[in-house]
Design a binder for this molecule. Sequence first.
Ligand code: ZN
Length: 270
Amino acid sequence: MTSKKLGAVAASIRSLRHVASPVTSQIGNSAVVLAYHDIVPNGSETIEYMVDEDTFISQIETVRTLGYTFRTLTDLSADLLADRPVAGCAAIVFDDALVGVYDIAMPYLDAHKIPWTLLPVTDRLGVTPAWWPGANRTMTREEVMEAVDAGADLCAHTTTHISLPDVDADAAFNELVRSREALSELSGREVVDLCYPFGHQDAQIREMAKRAGYRTGWTFTNGRCSSGDDPFKLKRMAMRNDVGELHWLVTLLRPKVSWPPVQDLKRGSL
Ligand SMILES: [Zn+2]
């Protein structure tokens, strides 16, 4: 579907909002978290989870057209835990803090005053990420600090991007605590929300995250989130370059109950 046609579809949906409740309220008191990785220049070869600039902007524009309000992951997490309404809320999150986020996404989000969240891997700043062959480098500490100064929210993603259920308990706990402390220092506020690397987690890791000072744990299982969810099994949406515009629109309107449950995951479990 061309963006013109999508615009027409979105415009008709928007006009419906004036005669009924907002579209986003029609699918229950739930929110969406858009889990991006790197944003790359148009025409670049994209590997899995890389999204090019035009596609990124188009995806965000669709979310805006549907009437969603953007929140940081920190604010959305607080609302979920306090049982405040989250209908029509969306959070934009960038896993791994890759350099394209600094170069491309940050100026766009800043220009449109859209709140956003960055997930730096605290001992892997300014390096080529070993966990993602073919990826560009991660942001340096200075770039992360610049993002924080520009208003970016920080949430945790461990210190070395390990698969938490695949290492011994002491190592996993250490990653959780140290990344939380490092990001709290960088951002000047207590960081208490975590996205599990690779989405890997199980009952032991969820319990450990709680002990390490977190209040939420976000997975990499697609779906919506609401207040009744287990706060350590929250769902996000994995953003990709090859999602067509109509598919993305339908995804945003898909009811929460229709998404599959979060499973325990570790290396080799899929
Ligand atoms: Zn990651």
